[in-house]
Write a protein that binds this ligand. Structure first.
Ligand SMILES: Nc1ncnc2c1ncn2[C@@H]1O[C@H](COP(=O)(O)OP(=O)(O)OP(=O)(O)O)[C@@H](O)[C@H]1O
Ligand SMILES: [Mg+2]
Length: 406
């Protein structure tokens, strides 16, 4: 800490009553001027001090925030179970340990049984968290009837057949499986490059079986609080059983099921626990009724093989980039509602777009339409598609994506 600046000398005045009045007046004037100078100097010093106070306050705020984050990164999630006169009972998520703990007066008045709280290593309650329904709503996407049908998916007839067999049949003919006495596949894993229709497939099967589609991204399951990922998994299956029949779709499953890395950090252990929770929910859901589970990944190579064992994600369906025929069908689907000029040849475009994913073909069609609009034409011509092709390739180049096509 720097010391406060030294104060200016206090001006003093001693008047000699024997002095002529004119001289006394002059001395008074001199003194007055001195007082003004000192006053100005003090004001300047006050300004400097105020500025310093301001920057110190900011520094304190920053440190407080930092301290908060440091503290919160080691908090655990629990539910307040019971409010007692000498404390509260909290149940820690993840291991379900119940403890009697203390809570500060100000928090106590706001806390109700059933609230979600964050507790520290010694179980004392630090904060009250948002209600669970909020967390659920944030992390999950629920669609009663997704707007995708099998007909909207191009070039994946084999994959559609497999998904129908593994997901649709067990949902629609559960009885048949029971009569024959076989267990339908537990989980289906769709794997393949981005934008090839994995999400579409999962939505379509939900739609065609009149099932609710519940989607959760694996990355959402990687939570900063210990035990929270596992809790979200439990919530996911609970929500699904409330909405039966239901298709649970876990996108980016690699986020929680990647091969274990060398580092043994607590973050890893937490992700591991979330995955174990998912597997145990899957084990239990045979008896729970009409829930099917589909997961997707672009990083099949990264997956921990443990999740592919029988009874887990034991039906693997590869969703590749479309071949020539697939690309033509996808272009047909995405230009269906477009006003195409007679010179447009989708088969030629399909031949020219080797390596394009379904998503890239969809954006190609949109871009072509944009070129026609810019030219104020009502029909889209082959040259619009050629311009669009060039643009999409340039965009990909700019994005640093290696392009697989000629
Ligand atoms: N086979 C396909 N047929 C028709 N359209 C497709 C196809 N594949 C992708 N698309 C288009 O691309 C969009 C994205 O597809 P989707 O979300 O299903 O890809 P994804 O495989 O789930 O990708 P990611 O791995 O990046 O999640 C779709 O909304 C659709 O417009
Ligand atoms: Mg997807």
């Amino acid at each position: 800490m720097s010391r406060s600046p030294s104060l200016p000398d206090r001006p003093s005045l001693e008047l000699d009553p024997d002095m002529p009045l004119a001289e006394q007046l002059a001395a008074l004037r001199e003194h007055y001027a001195e007082v003004i100078r000192v006053h100005e100097k003090l004001e300047q010093q006050l300004d400097v001090a105020k500025q310093r106070q301001h920057s110190l306050t900011k520094e304190v705020d920053r440190l407080e925030r930092e301290n908060e984050t440091l503290k919160s990164s080691s908090l655990y999630i629990a539910t307040a179970e019971e409010m007692l006169s000498d404390g509260i009972v909290v149940k820690q998520h993840g291991n379900n340990q119940e403890v009697l703990t203390q809570v500060s007066g100000s928090l106590r008045s706001k806390l109700e049984a059933g609230d979600r709280v964050a507790i520290n290593d010694s179980f004392s309650v630090q904060t009250i968290l948002d209600s669970e329904t909020d967390a659920r709503a944030q992390a999950m996407e629920v669609e009663e009837s997704p707007a995708v049908s099998y007909d909207d998916i191009g070039g994946l007839s084999e994959q559609i057949r497999e998904v129908r067999e593994a997901v649709e049949q067990p949902l629609l003919n559960a009885e048949k499986f029971r009569t024959i006495g076989i267990e339908p596949p537990s989980g289906v894993l769709l794997h393949g490059p981005p934008g090839t229709g994995k999400t579409m497939l999962a939505k379509a099967v939900a739609k065609e079986t009149d099932a609710t589609f519940v989607k959760m991204a694996g990355s959402e399951l990687v939570q900063k609080f210990i035990g929270e990922g596992a809790k979200l998994v439990r919530d996911l299956f609970e929500l699904a059983s409330e909405r039966e029949p239901c298709v649970i779709f876990i996108d980016e499953i690699d986020a929680i099921a990647a091969k274990r890395t060398e580092s043994k950090t607590s973050g890893d252990a937490e992700v591991q626990r979330t995955m174990m929770q998912l597997l145990s929910e899957m084990d239990g859901f045979e008896d729970r009724g009409e829930i099917r589970i589909i997961a997707a990944t672009n990083r099949f190579d990264m997956l921990d093989r443990a999740i592919l064992r029988p009874g887990r994600f034991d039906r693997l369906i590869e969703v590749p980039e479309p071949d020539d025929e697939g690309r033509e069908r996808i272009l047909e689907i995405h230009t269906e509602a477009m006003n195409l000029a007679p010179d447009v040849e989708l088969s030629a475009l399909a031949a020219d777009t080797d390596g394009f994913s379904g998503a890239e073909l969809a954006s190609l069609a949109t871009e072509a339409g944009m070129f026609a609009i810019r030219d104020e034409r009502t029909a889209i011509t082959m040259s619009d598609f050629e311009d669009a092709l060039e643009k999409v390739r340039d965009d990909d180049n700019a994005a640093g994506k290696p392009i697989a096509f000629a």
